[in-house]
Design a protein around this ligand. Structure first.
Ligand code: 5AD
Ligand code: SF4
Length: 431
């Protein structure tokens, strides 16, 4: 099946991983990746439904791709991921030129679906959420040029935070067998990967028989040839003493945790059904810094959740100033169909959400800048990932996940190097 393919990935790291799995299965079938959808025989759009904005982007991109199909009827056009799951056959009605609508729990069946589309001229809608996550096809050499790669270890989520669509579009939480994960990690390392990030909506709740997240982390850290290990995303409710201790005891574990707090007011946290208080979150951040003094803490936060008063918002700002995150991903709350929050009263106006987001981001930008400035004059260890966009420089990341651009005479991609930091912005460090 020698066809060219193009995959557009939108949304989170989980989608990046899923797109890589789809690419690997296409390559194994003899297909060739291309960078331009205008010349592709197969176009897949991997979508995200977590907020309104990525959803709108995906639908507009699909509209543009549909125009190619008008000119080239034998083009295969598919929408995959969370919007595919959410909308199912409604998408085919709205965009009759689609050949495939496939949810995130159906990826394993993709080769079978493709054959039905090509040889039987069928349209496929596949949105069963009950199938277990399968191991991706190993495609030797696929990660040859990459220093860093993801492995999904859990799929789905059982938390049902009141604003979140994830449990509805990715299904209930399931863990993959540790043997499959170790085999996947070993293949990546054999391909030259030096850093592995374990992925899951709620990765620290990983468990398979008597193997819990801490045992899995230790096993992977023990693999020869791997330099660094990371994991994301962690839920504060599941962050145990044992997991925190890993930052002190596992050398290869990077000094970074992404720990979404979402809101700083207890009333809003309760209404979000997050399962912790602001004080509990602050204590967790202190415990993390006790275990690893230099740990970078990043987080997700929302403004304008239904009922968020000025006082609630002030509590969010107060938490940001107390914890001093290294970086923060901040979003305006948006209604997601079918969630509890979408049905709540007291919605916050768009203009107030925009204002609150600006205020919050300004405070965080300053904190991020100050944290980066603290590193000026210090040596940091960087895993070199490639050439920087700025000519003549290399780029990589610190263990704390900060981007470093630096000048070096010899190529050291895939190696750990010490870099003396001499300047910074709030986005990156230079040395
Ligand atoms: N509106 C805005 N942001 C949301 N997120 C999740 N659901 C919503 C929503 N309905 C944010 C959360 C989450 C991140 C991935 O997206 O902050 O951690
Ligand atoms: Fe969504 Fe909450 Fe699950 Fe995260 S933990 S994916 S926010 S339901």
């Amino acid at each position: 099946m020698s066809r060219s393919f193009y995959i557009k990935t939108m949304g989170c790291q989980m989608n990046e991983y899923d797109s890589d799995c789809l690419a690997r299965s296409l390559i194994t079938k003899g297909c060739i990746p291309v960078n331009d959808p205008a010349i592709a025989d197969i176009i897949l759009i991997n979508t995200c439904a977590v907020r309104a904005k990525p959803e709108q982007k995906a639908v507009s991109f699909l509209g543009r791709m549909a125009a190619f199909k008008n000119k080239r009827p034998d083009l295969i056009l598919g929408i995959v991921g969370c919007i595919a799951q959410q909308e199912g056959s409604r998408l085919i009605k709205r965009f009759p030129m689609l050949d495939l609508v496939m949810g995130p729990r159906q990826l394993e069946k993709f080769p079978e679906f493709l054959e039905k589309i090509i040889y039987d001229g069928k349209k496929i809608v596949a949105t069963d959420l009950n199938s277990l996550p399968a191991s991706p096809i190993h495609c030797k050499g696929y990660f040859r040029d990459k220093v860093s790669a993801f492995i999904s270890v859990t799929e789905g989520c059982n938390n049902f935070c009141s604003y979140c669509i994830v449990p509805y579009v990715r299904g209930r939480e399931v863990s993959r067998p540790p043997a499959d994960i170790i085999a996947e990690a070993s293949n990546l390392i054999a391909d030259g990967v030096k850093e592995i990030t374990l992925l899951g909506q709620n990765v620290i709740s990983y468990h398979w028989n008597d193997c819990n997240f801490v045992s899995l982390l230790n096993e992977i850290a023990g693999l020869d040839g791997l330099l660094r290990i990371r994991f994301t995303t962690s839920h504060p409710k599941h962050l145990s003493k044992d997991v925190i201790q890993c930052f002190a005891s596992i050398d290869k574990l990077c000094s970074h945790i992404h720990l979404p707090f979402q809101a700083g007011s207890d009333a809003i946290l309760k209404s979000m059904r997050r399962g912790y208080s602001r004080d509990q979150y602050i204590i967790l951040s202190e415990k993390l810094r006790e275990a690893d003094h230099d740990i970078a803490i990043t987080s997700d936060v929302m403004v304008g959740f239904p009922g968020e008063s000025e006082a609630d918002f002030e509590q969010t700002l107060d938490l940001i100033r107390k914890v001093r995150f290294d970086n923060l991903f901040s979003f305006k709350y948006s209604d997601r169909k079918g969630t509890l929050a979408a049905k709540m009263q007291n919605k916050v106006s768009e203009s107030l959400k925009i204002h609150r987001l600006e205020v919050l981001q300004k405070i965080q930008r300053q904190i991020t800048l100050e944290k980066n400035q603290d590193l000026i004059g210090r040596h940091v260890q960087v895993l070199v990932e490639g050439q920087s966009k700025k000519g003549g420089q290399l780029t990589g990341r610190t263990s704390t996940n900060k981007i470093v651009n630096f000048i070096s005479n010899n190529k050291k991609i895939g190696e750990l190097v010490n870099v003396l930091i001499d300047s910074c912005t709030s986005n990156s460090l230079s040395g």
